[in-house]
Write a protein that binds this ligand. Sequence first.
Ligand code: 3HC
Ligand code: NAI
Length: 699
Amino acid sequence: MLVSYELVDDIGVITVNNPPVNALSHGVREGLVTALATAQADSSKAIVLLCEGRTFIAGADISEFGKPPQAPSLPEVNAAIEGASKPVIAALHGTALGGGFEVALSCHYRCAVSDAAVGLPEVKLGLLPGAGGTQRVPRLIGVEAALDMIASGKPVTAAKALKLGLIDRVVDAPLKAAALAYARELVAEGAMLRRVRDMTVPAEDASAEQFASWRTTLGKRMRGQQAPQRIVACVEAASRLPFDEGLAFERGQFVECTESEQSAALRHIFFAERQAPKVLGLDPASQPRPIQRVGIIGGGTMGGGIAMCFANAGIPVTLLELNQDGLDRGLALIGKNYGITVSKGKLSEQEAIRRERLIRGTTDYADLGEVDLVIEAVFESMEVKRQVFARLDEVCKPGAILATNTSYLDVNEIARVTSRPQDVVGLHFFSPANIMRLLEVVRADDTADDVLATAMAIGKRIGKVPVLARVCFGFIGNRMLRQYAREAQLCMIEGASPEQIDGALTGFGMAMGPLAVGDLAGLDIGYKARQALTDAQKGDPKSYCIADALVEMGRLGQKSGAGYYRYDPETRARSVDPEVLEVIEAQASKHGVSPRALSSDEILDRHLMALVNEGFRILEEGIAQRPGDIDVAYVHGYGFPAYQGGPMFYAAQRGLASVRDRLKALQRQTGAGYWEPAPLLERLVSKGKSLDDWMAEKH
Ligand code: 3HC
Ligand code: NAI
């Protein structure tokens, strides 16, 4: 039964039991109304509302959005609760989120165990609280705190919720007994039916200027997103209108959000993130291997960041470098990074020290004998990696997982150096590794099922979004990135400035434009990689000549103070550099290209088409398991705006036929083979099928 009711002495207890997260599906909403009616009619003096399982209600059932609504709606359920003639007490554990917290806000009193959290994360789904959250929260805690909570979507701990006034009491577990005791106490003192709807929003921070300032701030912080602006409008309505009118305004805004493309995209990403770690066809009996201690080889940019990921999750790390100097440098960088986090107030000094102490340095492979997982992050050279893996094979205990963080190299070749290819896997982190959430798990030909299961589990444990990839040059993300980076170079030589190109992409919502990203990563990296390639492998010189010319002038990007842009040595502020425009002109003339004006639409479209076409190839070759996996990779590894849903979602929304036609037009215009539509795309269009149809047929 989704919702049950019992009478415990003189207290009615309504229990929701809808695993895994007690989402407010139609059945739960109906069950709540029925149970409430029973409680109203019996001898109970107060009613406790609580949940079975791991959490209080974690929100509306997201899978119901976009489908026809079914009565009772959540606002109706909440009105029934708030209108009850006996005190209703919400008893919270786990995460009371979204509609779940709105149910609690409709109760007359709220208690929570100390490790509970409450929040209104709707904004992360392109939504706003649609069942009174924007009207009740400002009544309880004022406009500033309410906007802070609702526009960020971040949950707050029970202690903070108590301090703010969102809940009334923090209780000790077991929750049911504590909630019953609290209810009896309220009955004994004749507590009133405290309805948040009857409160007024404190006037002090509700001025027109205040709301205007929030609109500007959120316009910058959540650039391009519609829901945050609507949230401000709803909270403003709470401060200006009577409760029922405010609620109606909120509902209207909420319904429009549920119908928006941005919310459809964000909901797609929500479910895709949860699908991605599931490996299709994996032996169901394969259990993750226990990971208690981790080794990392190489304490450079990536190794240090990866070490922090594990230390942050409380997992001890042994970091191995070539020599003491390298080790000192690596450990110092880790210390510096923790220091920055502390100085930003995001971590206590004590906690930073505790985490740093979990990372132990060594130069001796013998110290890796006990690790359960080792991740290699040395130079991107097959020769060096082969040496490292041969050594790991000698020292690591049987069953230890040997992983490589390589960006491009063949994981099968690396695995073959060892006597245990079944234990070798790619774990490809993204820079900065302690921040970026994507983790590509690269499955080599012999990788064992339980190694994949472990990789997915450990990825989640350290807060990453793991995505499975097969071996190819660049796996999912970097293979697509090559096509995208090519377009940036070609748009430049055809006449677009770096600023115009980056502007077109950031205008779409990308966190950074491709050329600013190049400057951040260092232009020498691509340059060195190209040096190892033959001319044929490098492709059309127009797709790299500007980058090469800049590196040869010593313009390596941010680290040398100049790349596609010039950087202020103090502030790192970026400015346009006429010297770069001269380089572009010179290269265009050298390669016989006459500059023309490119529109931002053309620039954006070419970049997106380059990603999408390669995405279809990657899917067909089985490099990625699902279109959603590609989307998750691009959102969490490459700054693709989640509210655009990722490249494959974009393609599906635009229509596969339109994508195919655009690719054909580009092919006609340029004569370039890479614009030929991917065979999978052609096939789907000719059969009138979608990517979802293709996935359904495959499995
Ligand atoms: N609706 C439907 N399914 C949901 C869901 C929801 N609100 N929340 C979680 N699920 C599903 C997940 O898809 C997943 O399914 P799967 O096992 O088939 O992959 C399963 O529940 C478990 O979820 P997680 O893997 O995310 O479990 P965690 O324990 O890691 O996290 C959680 C639990 C913190 C509750 C997390 O699931 C979460 O953040 N959920 C979303 C919460 C949310 O956004 N609520 C607001 C919804 S919108 C709303 O309420 C509108 C209202 O204002 C009217
Ligand atoms: P880096 O040059 O910053 O660090 C490499 C470190 O490895 C150096 O500190 C070096 O002293 C050490 N090292 C070299 N040989 C070693 C050996 N035999 N034993 C122990 N230590 C050794 O390089 P970075 O950027 O950290 O890259 C490392 C790996 O991660 C490469 O395979 C790279 O392709 C990959 N990668 C890099 C990303 C990036 O953005 N920098 C992103 C994702 C993957």
